[in-house]
Design a protein around this ligand. Structure first.
Ligand code: ZN
Length: 290
């Protein structure tokens, strides 16, 4: 499996742990959008946490994670559904370095807020938001879960780059404390988390998802499931065609004045071309529908 997640229980099934390896997904996203390290670091972390979150809800629930930072990266959008994610950032070309040469993500993301929209197939999608407290995405989501979902959680996320600024590895974890967890177990867990190495270090040492769970739980866990994760865009020409048609006849006539009409998908950078005769067909269809 290229990208995957493992889910486990610990502390007498009162704590849920999800650990994910998303190296190929983040590398792929970096390539399709030609991203610079700070942008890709932030985007990669958002892809990882969204892919994990999409596996914590029921299979047919859709989530939309929007990090609205005021830093140069701008808005980061990621959609997730059952381990499948896709997204984009406003500015893929941001690269800030710290004095020690590491990639700076906090400045690149900046202050702002996280919004999570969940379509749980109720009458209206459910939306919750909270402010960005650090800009490293991991601390921000830890805060989000505590504040907006009232679930005490801990989030670790990381993207590791090599000397040529290419993605070497990416991944993360989400730990959620369920009701019924004893104070004693919480204290043990808190102590462990205090001493936990950054997830990037674990990934650097070649840890897989189970190794990360093993390190967090000190070997005391119960493995539940393994799930494959994907970067996947389900766009197609027909969908863009329908979108174009909704612009109406006047606008389409305007579009026809140019050469072929080319539309690029925000989520996968795929280009769709509509010729003048394609546009003519749409206009005819609109006239017939009247
Ligand atoms: Zn697409």
């Amino acid at each position: 499996m290229d990208n995957y997640l493992q889910k486990a229980y610990c502390m007498h099934q009162t704590v849920r742990i999800y650990a994910a390896i998303t190296s190929n997904m983040v590398r792929h996203a970096g390539e399709i959008f030609n991203m610079y390290p700070s942008s890709l670091d932030a985007f990669g972390r958002c892809l990882t946490i969204t892919s994990i979150m999409s596996c914590t809800y029921k299979n047919d629930d859709f989530i939309n994670v929007i990090v609205k930072g005021e830093g140069p990266i701008g808005k980061i959008t990621v959609e997730g559904h059952d381990g499948r994610v896709r997204g984009y950032v406003e500015n893929p070309g941001v690269y800030f370095q710290n004095n020690n040469g590491t990639i700076n993500i906090e400045m690149a993301v900046g202050d702002g807020e996280i919004e999570v929209i969940k379509d749980l197939h109720l009458r209206q999608p459910f939306s919750s938001s909270c402010e960005l407290v650090k800009g490293d995405i991991a601390t921000d989501f830890t805060y989000y879960f505590a504040k907006s979902e009232q679930i005490p959680s801990s989030v670790g996320l990381g993207v590791l780059f090599d000397k040529e600024a290419k993605v070497r590895a990416a991944g993360g974890f989400l730990i959620q404390v369920m009701p019924g967890c004893s104070d004693e177990d919480i204290t043990i867990l808190e102590e462990r988390l205090k001493n936990l190495r950054p997830v990037t270090k674990m990934i650097e040492d070649g840890y897989n998802a189970e190794d990360i769970i093993n390190e967090i739980t000190n070997g005391d866990y119960e493995m539940l499931e393994t799930k494959e994760l994907f970067y996947e865009c389900n766009c197609n020409k027909e969908r863009f065609r329908r979108g174009l048609k909704t612009l109406g006849k006047e606008q389409l006539l305007d579009i026809k004045k140019d050469d072929n009409c080319e539309i690029t998908c925000n989520f996968c950078n795929k280009k769709y071309t509509f010729s003048k005769s394609d546009i003519d067909d749409m206009i005819k269809e609109l006239e017939n529908e009247q």
